[in-house]
Write a protein that binds this ligand. Structure first.
Ligand code: PLP
Length: 501
């Protein structure tokens, strides 16, 4: 505890003030927190000791601690005393009930974004970002130093549709993946997430229906919902979206868009089969519905590459293809791309303009230098090997330390999607896992219409193998403890960090 010997930790309550003594003690604790005499993580004196110190009964102190626990400021551990876990609201913010001003979809997004427990000493499997050791740092540094400069063009605003050098480089790179896209059919976005914002802004009006897989990437279905759309989730099995369910939903809802992640679906890792891909295209043409093909993970195969992209077979112009650099271990460049038929490009470009005017020229030129060179394939080959080693480390460690988890071994990408041993839910597991120093993403974050409570997603790209093994060991202990605890004490609160990926 951080206090001078002379300074009392808490002000003594005043029995003549008319305010209940336990509330005065609770207020004194809050004041000590505001003044910095107490900090999060500090342990409070035992109830009996504090009662003596303040000249009140022990019941008063018990009442104050209970009140502060209910406010999320203290947490009591049997046998370990009472600890500060939160801070009181700042009095300056009392005039406006901010929480009541938040739009319902934002509240839902906050639940999703705040479900990746993080903190010092936590091995986080929750966030879908690669370990920085996987970035091609030396290559990027060399390319950055070699970028032509001197005329200031790197600092100019790039055209809204994207830097011409990057569009050219992407056109060539996509051709090597069977996608024929002229540079004019490519819109550069500030990351993949902005591609979704642009699509929503360009196409959706309140009341439209969008079909997505269920589960799916929350950054997509929440973005569509922000635009006022209703989301209808379609079942996914290990061969990707169930096409009979897609057909039924197309007929029933007449959706505005279909959003799919056919290659290494986030979160399940499913790969849509060639046969189902053909059927998806037939249905899109029959029902005249655009399909957004999210392909951020297709290059990250470990054993077998996925069938050709829907866009590679799209002779009718019904597919808008979405890619990006983040999952190719370039997350900080914030470069993504949409490939769309020409009639859609003007609307998408205007929508992009209203998002952020343009993506930085500097990062676009660097991405162009990388993607337009042989470096990109060398890097991808290494990335696949590194991610496969990490996947194998996780699979082996989960089998050893978490025998109750059920999962399919993913054939690519960053994620393993696991079913918890019944009756455990991710909500019950998360706080216990945090206490054991491991973070996972709850399955409910990926469900547009509820559900997923019995699943977790683990990102194995985020850590080197030895950390993965240690993380699995901690997770195993947490699962055992959470199962044992079910039905007993309420779960403690978990410190969170905001992330949607
Ligand atoms: C399917 C999908 N789309 C988009 C994104 C966001 O990508 P970016 O970091 O490029 O914005 C993610 C990140 O997890 C994702 O899984």
């Amino acid at each position: 505890m951080n206090r001078q010997k002379t300074e009392p930790l808490l002000a003594r309550p005043d029995p003549s003030s008319g305010e209940a003594l336990y509330l005065q003690v609770a207020r004194a604790v809050e004041e000590a927190l505001r003044a910095g005499r107490l900090r999060v993580g500090d342990r409070l004196p035992a109830e009996r000791e504090l009662a003596l110190d303040l000249g009140v009964s022990r019941t008063t102190v018990t009442g104050a601690y209970q009140e502060l626990q209910a406010r999320g400021i203290l947490r009591g551990h049997v046998g370990r005393g009472t600890t500060v876990v939160g801070t009181p609201p700042d009095a300056r913010h009392a005039a406006l009930p901010w929480a009541q001003r938040i739009a319902p979809v934002t509240v839902q997004a906050m639940h999703v974004a705040l479900t990746a427990p993080d903190g010092p000493g936590v091995i986080g499997f929750g966030v879908g970002l690669p370990d920085p050791h996987l970035y091609p740092v030396d290559t990027l540094d060399a390319l950055l130093n070699a970028l032509p400069r001197g005329d200031g063009s790197l600092y100019n605003p790039a055209p809204a549709w994207g830097d011409p050098v990057l569009r050219e480089a992407l056109s060539g790179w996509l051709r090597s993946r069977g996608i024929r896209a002229a540079p004019e059919e490519i819109l550069v976005t500030t990351g993949g997430q902005q591609g979704l914002n642009v699509l929503a802004r360009a196409f959706l009006t309140p009341g439209d229906v969008v079909l997505t897989e269920n589960p799916s990437y929350p950054g997509a279905f929440l973005t569509f919902r922000w635009a006022g759309a209703d989301i209808v989730g379609l079942p996914v099995d290990h061969d990707g979206v169930r096409v009979e369910a897609l057909e039924e939903a197309l007929a029933r809802y007449r959706p505005k868009l279909v959003y799919l992640i056919p290659a290494f679906h986030n979160p399940t890792g499913a790969v849509l089969t060639a046969e189902r891909r053909r059927r998806v295209l037939e249905l899109a043409i029959q029902y005249r519905v655009p399909v957004i093909e999210s392909d951020l993970y297709g290059d990250l195969f470990f054993e077998q590459d996925p069938p050709p992209a829907l866009k590679a077979q799209d002779s009718s112009g019904v597919v808008i293809y979405q890619g990006g650099g983040s999952k190719l271990a370039l997350p900080g460049l914030r470069v993504g791309w949409l490939v769309a038929p020409m009639p859609a490009m003007a609307a998408l470009t205007v929508a992009k303009t209203f998002e952020d005017l343009h993506t930085a020229a500097l990062t676009q030129r660097l991405a162009a230098a990388f993607i337009g060179s042989p470096h990109v394939e060398r890097h991808l080959a290494r990335l696949r090997v590194e991610c496969r080693v990490r996947r194998d480390a996780l699979v082996t460690a989960l089998r050893q330390h978490c025998p109750g988890l059920r999962f399919r071994v993913p054939g690519g990408s960053y994620y393993l999607w696991a079913t918890l041993p019944p009756p455990l839910t991710a909500d019950a597991l998360l706080p216990v896992a945090f206490e054991h120093g491991v973070g996972v993403r709850p399955g409910s974050a990926f469900s547009p219409n509820g559900g997923g409570a019995d699943h977790i997603r683990l990102c194995f790209a985020a850590h080197p193998p030895d950390r993965i093994v240690e993380g699995a060991r901690r997770l195993g202990r947490a699962i055992e403890e959470a199962l044992a605890k079910l039905g007993s004490a309420p779960s403690p609160r978990v410190p969170l960090s905001a992330s949607v990926v």
